[in-house]
Design a protein. Sequence first.
Length: 95
Amino acid sequence: MTTGGLNRAHAIQGILTTTTSTMLRSEKPDEFSLFDKLFDEAKQNLMKQAQEAKADGLIEVRFNTEVVRMNGAPKFLVVHAYGTAVKFPSSKKTE
């Protein structure tokens, strides 16, 4: 998994996305350290999707964060993550 490109031959398998979220408790409305857990969950979800797609890796991975406020409801922390799943060509050995 990388947030950059890849300087080697690869085939694009597709775009993978995931969203993780958590509700902030009313007694701790500014507990933004919870974003760390959400980032970890998002990374794990992307890696699981890549494995299921039989991809060799993820490139150009991006994360967006959001604090969602609703009238009369608690705040939610949200992390959106996406990346490009790639497959490396198999190298054939000749004898």
